[in-house]
Design a protein around this ligand. Sequence first.
Ligand SMILES: [Zn+2]
Length: 264
Amino acid sequence: MLETTIIFLIGLFVGSFLNVLADRLPREESVIKGRSHCEKCKRIIKWNDLIPLLSFLMLKGKCRYCYTRISFYYPIVEVVTGALFALVVIFVSQESIMHEALSIRYVWELFYYLFIVSSLIVIFFADLKHGIIPDKIIFPAVITSFLYQIFNAQYSIPSYLFSAIGACLFFLFLYLVTKGRGMGFGDVKFAFLMGLILGFPNIVVGLYVAFLTGAVAGCILIIWKKKKIFGTSIPFGPFLALGTLVAIFYGKILMQSVFYLVSL
Ligand SMILES: [Zn+2]
């Protein structure tokens, strides 16, 4: 319980850094140089106004100087990161109980999933806000996942490689058929990463959830006639990121319940 609370608080701070990545990487700005500033009045934000969640609540969601509204995205990303970090700790400890907890393996798995979850959060919000899935997130995540699966999966490594190549080819096909209007090339690269993270058959769960939630959201937006706020098309990256997260944490349970229902 204490462990989960601490990791939630760490997640809040990591989340405020993920906000910076999700905003600056699509604009190709430096993520290290340039202090955080108000988008409107350009004033540098002091450290005591940069405390995750608390500062947003204290300032009632407004800039200290010009009172311009601060985007709700910032506290949302922080809380989502905190909650998902807590979920990772619970998930990894359950998994390691089943595999007779080896402490080194536990730490290794914990850091891998914290890194992957952070990458997925940046992809989700970078694509939602700016319509771009940054290569600077995709490539490190692909390399990390590849190395992790080599050490972790060993004999089932072909399952991960074939899932990655299969998902990538499927999205390349969609990309070519829709001439890049339905899918961006970022989605093609992201599909490869998804396969590496999930393997077979979990990749099917991830893609199914992505297409299902994407279709539902698409219908809702068409009914509300708000489709144009996203430009010509709705970005698909957020749904892929959501599908990946659901498959990581609940893939096994979902597959077991489907098999159970089929066997009835
Ligand atoms: Zn301001």
